[in-house]
Design a protein around this ligand. Sequence first.
Ligand SMILES: NC(=O)c1ccc[n+]([C@@H]2O[C@H](COP(=O)([O-])OP(=O)(O)OC[C@H]3O[C@@H](n4cnc5c(N)ncnc54)[C@H](OP(=O)(O)O)[C@@H]3O)[C@@H](O)[C@H]2O)c1
Length: 203
Amino acid sequence: MADLSPLLPLDFPADAVSLASVRAAVKEVESQLNGKGLNLLINNAAVNSHATLQSVQPEEMISVFTTNVVGPIQVAKFLPLLKRAAEEAGKEGLSCSKAAIINMSTNVGSIELCFKVLEIPMYPYRASKAALNMVTRCLAAELKDAGILCTAIHPGWVKTDMGTEKAPLTMECSVQGILSVLAGLSQATTGEFLDWEGKSLPW
Ligand SMILES: NC(=O)c1ccc[n+]([C@@H]2O[C@H](COP(=O)([O-])OP(=O)(O)OC[C@H]3O[C@@H](n4cnc5c(N)ncnc54)[C@H](OP(=O)(O)O)[C@@H]3O)[C@@H](O)[C@H]2O)c1
């Protein structure tokens, strides 16, 4: 298992949909790394929408896509720092302790699972996460030769503002599961879609 410590404690506000804000965050992270590369980038920020076919407005589709799809692509401005980490590692294979992008997805964004979990349509959210899944696959394909792993993770249904109190999983339980999944990621799991327990999900 790869060692995921030390994680960089960073208390810096960043708006993933603002290019200026993402660039400022890259600068801040670079200065804290003191010339070293960035090993692990987790695209966690997202917004939800329960809009149905009847209620959905074009502006809501665009706003959810902007945060959930355009945001993670802009966050790829961290790429030079990830490439630096991959070069510094000087080892074969892919891992989160070398260089990795993790995109937080959801099982309701799986096109194949759609007929099984359609009870809440959530058109903007589900469509945006399906698009994020494609971004994950493209990044994995494009960056593997640069030594950078890219995997999508479904955190489970978690008690957060988005998941609500009805969710069965605590944040601690989900985060612990995700950290142990991340520690085991490798060349074999780049471009894959896994849940918080490491189970493979269909795209
Ligand atoms: N909770 C679940 O059951 C569940 C299930 C499946 C997948 N997920 C995924 O897991 C991830 C985390 O979800 P969560 O449950 O923690 O959601 P959450 O409680 O709604 O928190 C979302 C976070 O994203 C931040 N955010 C939103 N827009 C942003 C932007 N433009 N720039 C920077 N930060 C932004 C929010 O910051 P502010 O509060 O400052 O706006 C908030 O901290 C998401 O990708 C979500 O889709 C969650």
